[in-house]
Design a protein around this ligand. Structure first.
Ligand code: PLP
Length: 479
């Protein structure tokens, strides 16, 4: 009788020997540390030739044999990674930066290597507790009361989707197509997308106009809700913005909360960009009213500077998430009845999931909240500084003063029509970005193309911002 081999033949094992593990980690450590150390000298963005490289890397079949680690690391660090927006670098002022704190990446390594199962409490109670602590801390930050709860998602979009599904379930009958949702004309498209994924046709989402500071017109919203009720529709969901992507505008959250209570509507706050400013005193003042929300989306991969891959949904009443998601199965272990013990599979869309809590918990434990507060305060100051400097540049008009850490501006020249002005500003942005010290992005507000600086990375300090302002001055002299 032939005996089964006790281990696969040499060279065929997926289990690395101890020396091989060390060698792989050493090689990665060198490349990673070198990469982080060189971030300030890397271009703020460089995708020239990126398409050709992508075509060259097209590989229709997986390789049958292995490839030496050194070759793989060379491909990643010398070729693929450099051809990108340097979203981790100090010059990244485009869209919504984050940065990617190193300690969070280390937490990911620990999570991956230990590979514990955190979808159900019983499989790793202490690790689930660490993530539960994080959710608790975030609820506290948003000012949500006892009984609130939530979960960590992969990002703001997915968290928003879950919020809409939970609200739909709480507020509407199973036949929900009369339900209408209200956003502002500045709300991130993640909310409209979430509504669509949750089964609502695009026309059920009402984009309410915003005022001269890009904050939703609460009076217009109230009228629209009344008109929709009159028409036999079922208004149920209002999204307030705690920092819009376009200009960083914060809606009057208190007035929205009053309206939602009066009209018995679900009050959601999109704080994906702005939420972590709540750690600062100025942010708490700007976001007053958020504590009255039924649900809040925060994005730790933005305002907590984590690597991409973590959003958070917080709800005023933790039970709404359970009602929306709980679905048992015979092959699962017993779920917890103690309200202090959470089975994440019962309150969120996933069953198997990454040990996501660690990538938030470890940096907060290691560094403490204070350093995040100081960083966020610095970003608020830098946005004000940029605004003051921009105001001194001839022809520059400030379109939106910072309410948080975004300033929107554009170049205006007498005698040019809207189209010509838009072309001029697109040209300006290209010239600034071509210098590769900072990377900024544009958007359209009120029909005009505008430039925006969003300061959010923990790696962006005054020196880099000054370089960016210098590049704007130089580009202005050219156009
Ligand atoms: C205000 C706002 N809401 C929602 C989102 C979507 O979040 P995510 O990109 O994490 O899915 C973003 C992303 O930039 C955002 O800025």
């Amino acid at each position: 009788m032939s005996k089964a081999p006790v281990s696969p033949p040499a060279g065929h094992s997926l289990e690395l020997s101890v020396p091989d593990m060390r060698a792989l980690l050493d090689a990665v450590r060198e490349r990673v540390v070198e990469h982080v150390a060189s971030l300030p000298s890397q271009p703020a963005a460089d995708v020239v030739g990126g398409d050709d490289l992508a075509r060259e890397l097209f590989e229709p079949e997986p390789p049958e044999g292995g490839t030496p680690a050194a070759e793989i690391l060379d491909l990643l660090f010398d070729r693929a990674i450099p051809k990108s927006f340097n979203t981790a670098g100090p010059g990244y002022l485009a869209y919504i930066p984050g940065g990617g704190v190193f300690s969070s990446a280390v937490a990911d390594l620990i999570s991956g290597v230990t590979n514990r199962y955190v979808g159900v409490w019983q499989a790793a109670p202490a690790l689930v507790q660490l993530e539960t602590n994080v959710v608790r801390w975030l609820c506290g930050l948003a000012g949500l009361p006892e009984g609130s709860g939530g979960y960590l998602s992969t990002g703001g979009s997915l968290a928003t989707f879950t919020a809409v599904v939970a609200a739909r379930r709480e507020k509407l009958p199973a036949d929900f197509l009369k339900g209408t949702l209200y956003v502002s004309d500045q709300t991130h498209h993640a909310v409209t997308k979430a509504a669509s994924l949750a089964g609502f046709p695009a026309e059920n989402v009402r984009a309410i106009p915003s005022d001269e500071r890009f904050r939703v017109r609460v009076d217009v919203l109230a009228d629209r809700i009344a008109a929709d009720r009159e028409a036999g529709l079922a208004p149920f969901f209002v999204c307030g913005n705690a920092g819009t992507t376009n200009t960083g505008a914060v809606d009057d959250l208190g007035a929205l909360a009053d309206l939602c209570i009066r009209e018995r509507l679900w009050f959601h706050v999109d704080a994906a960009y702005g939420g972590f400013f709540l750690i600062t005193e100025r942010g708490r003042i700007a976001l007053a009213g958020i504590e009255r929300a039924d649900s809040v989306v925060l994005d730790p991969h933005k305002g907590l500077f984590l690597p991409y891959g973590t959003g958070a949904l917080l709800v005023r009443d933790a039970e709404v998430l359970r009602r929306a998601h709980a679905a048992g199965a015979d092959y699962l272990p017993h779920m917890q009845e103690d309200p202090g013990f959470v089975d994440f599979c019962e309150i969120s869309p996933e069953l198997s999931r990454a040990n996501r809590g660690l990538r938030v918990w470890l940096p907060l434990k290691l560094h403490g909240l204070g350093v995040f507060r100081r960083n966020l305060d610095e970003k608020l100051d830098l946005a004000l500084h940029a605004t003051r400097e921009l105001k001194s540049m001839p022809g520059i008009e400030i379109v939106a003063e910072p309410q948080l850490s975004v300033v929107a501006f554009r170049l205006v020249k007498p005698g040019l029509d809207d189209e010509a002005l838009n072309r001029l500003n697109r040209d300006l942005i290209e010239r600034v970005n071509a210098r590769q010290r900072v990377h900024i992005s544009g958007t359209v507000v009120g029909g005009s193309f505008v430039l925006r600086i969003c300061v959010l990375s923990f790696r962006t300090h005054l020196e880099r911002l000054e370089e960016g302002l210098e590049d704007i001055r130089a580009a202005l002299a050219e156009v």
